[in-house]
Ligand binder design. Structure first.
Ligand SMILES: [Zn+2]
Length: 72
């Protein structure tokens, strides 16, 4: 089930033009493209978070090493 992007009325699936206001509806190719873009953004965010986690772990390891060096 889809809704008009302009007037919000209920539309049949796959409708290109609203039967109430005549507004053009986003076609499935566009929706698929947007979905792919959202997917790639989510992937990039996950990568970034993983990098940050690694950086934090590295910092912690360096800190522990420094502590050990001071003790000797
Ligand atoms: Zn409409």
């Amino acid at each position: 089930m889809a809704f008009c992007v302009q007037c919000g009325q209920m539309q049949n699936d796959g409708t290109r033009f609203c039967r109430f206001c005549g507004g053009q509806q986003p076609d499935s190719q566009l929706i698929a493209r947007l979905r792919m873009e959202a997917e790639s953004i989510r992937y990039q965010v996950q990568q970034l978070q993983a990098q940050q986690m690694q950086a934090q772990q590295m910092q912690r390891m360096n800190y522990n090493q420094q502590q050990n060096q001071q003790r000797w």
